[in-house]
Design a protein. Structure first.
Length: 382
């Protein structure tokens, strides 16, 4: 039987599972999401191989950042990595199964949350959140019967102006039971989010995780933290040549990504931004440049200005060591120049000596007036 060749045309579209968007994407670092989506694109194009360095350049990331992203998605069971020693040799994209989701969506939940795109904010850290355990409807009902919880939910629903969905209740349970937030702090957190127009439970959860990592345990600490975060965002934008608070999506994402990574030490982020702007004189270019600097500092565990100063000194020492052979060449050149200059000096001296010799020549002492008189007398005698 003859074999029939089947030709395929590359699909110009990349399809992404709604399960990934709803359950995996919100809790992942934005840079990790970019890597996963690009892998889906390569898979869709039947691309059999790629280079990590090229992928890093394409996505404006570092090589180590790409590897971290691959390991993250492997931990989430969405990728399978094969290695030869420390090198990754093969990547398999694992299809997302419905039964892999830790918490199934509740049919009674409002669809508004799943449709809204989540806007990043200076209070949200773009890192993987702590695992939220599954909570059964029975557990939620028991939770609502706690004395302080019942009052808290009543106050929240009054502000929200709607009954809380099961996803909202699971998020509140997560704050209360797993993060250890008090009812007062949870009430203030949700009030803070609603004042910003944020009604999504996933947004509330991100803010809670960020506050937890900043070790916030009282409403007063939360107020101070929010105020400081806003001021830090403005200072960082100014260092990038942007004279306003983080406004655009990429500006907010930049602040959200790097400020928490350095323990909210704004001076380190600002220093990177200044260097980025001084090298590019363009806010967007400065942001990309600063991201690469901060990524490098993060990998080297540089957390303070003194750490940066030490790193700069080490860099200068290394640079000076690398340039030593060139200095030898320069010295050799200078020695050659000195020889040429000495030769030129000898030539000048010889010229001067010759001039001096000419001036010392015994010239004739002829009396031209006497000669003239003799010639006149001779003419008269004629």
């Amino acid at each position: 039987m003859d074999i029939i060749n089947l030709e395929s045309v590359s699909n110009p579209y990349t399809f992404v599972s709604n399960i990934f968007i709803n359950d995996y994407m919100p809790e992942a670092n934005g840079e990790f999401v970019k890597v996963y989506l690009f892998l889906l694109k390569l898979y869709n194009e039947s691309n059999t191989g790629f280079n990590i360095d090229e992928l890093a350049d394409k996505l404006l990331q570092t090589r180590s950042g790409i590897i971290r992203a691959l390991k993250y998605w492997e931990s989430k069971k969405l990728l399978s990595l094969k290695k030869d020693g420390d090198s990754i040799t093969n990547i398999r994209i694992i299809p997302i199964a419905c039964d892999s989701i830790p918490i199934a969506p509740d049919s009674s939940d409002d669809s508004d949350d799943s449709l809204k795109s989540e806007e990043t904010d200076t209070d949200i850290k773009l890192t993987a959140k702590p695992k939220k355990k599954a909570v059964s409807p029975k557990e939620l009902e028991t939770f609502k019967e706690y004395p302080d919880v019942g009052e808290m939910i009543f106050a929240i629903e009054k502000m929200y102006k709607l009954p809380l969905s099961n996803n909202h209740l699971r998020t509140i349970y997560f704050m209360y039971d797993e993060l250890g937030f008090s009812a007062d702090l949870i009430t203030y957190l949700i009030e803070y989010c609603l004042d910003k127009g944020k009604t999504s439970h996933s947004y509330w959860e991100k803010v809670a995780i960020n506050w937890n990592e900043a070790d916030i345990r009282t409403t007063e600490a939360a107020k101070n933290f929010s105020k400081t975060s806003k001021m830090s965002g403005e200072l960082i934008m100014n260092a990038l040549g942007i004279k306003h608070a983080p406004d655009a999506e990429n500006e907010k994402e930049f602040v959200n990504k790097w400020l928490p990574k350095f323990g909210y030490n704004e001076s380190v982020v600002i220093e990177a931004c200044k260097r980025g702007y001084n090298n590019t004189h363009n806010s967007n270019g400065a942001m990309r440049y600063a991201s690469k600097i901060l990524d490098d500092w993060s990998e080297k565990n540089i957390k303070t200005l003194s750490d940066i100063e030490k790193e700069d000194m080490e860099f200068q020492k290394k640079k000076a060591t690398e340039n030593n052979p060139r200095r030898v060449n320069v010295n050799i050149t200078k020695s050659s120049d000195t020889i040429d200059k000495n030769a030129a000096t000898d030539s000048i001296n010889k010229s001067r000596n010759s001039k001096i010799s000419f001036l010392n020549f015994d010239q004739r002492n002829t009396d031209y007036t006497y000669i003239e008189q003799k010639m006149l007398e001779k003419r008269r005698n004629k």
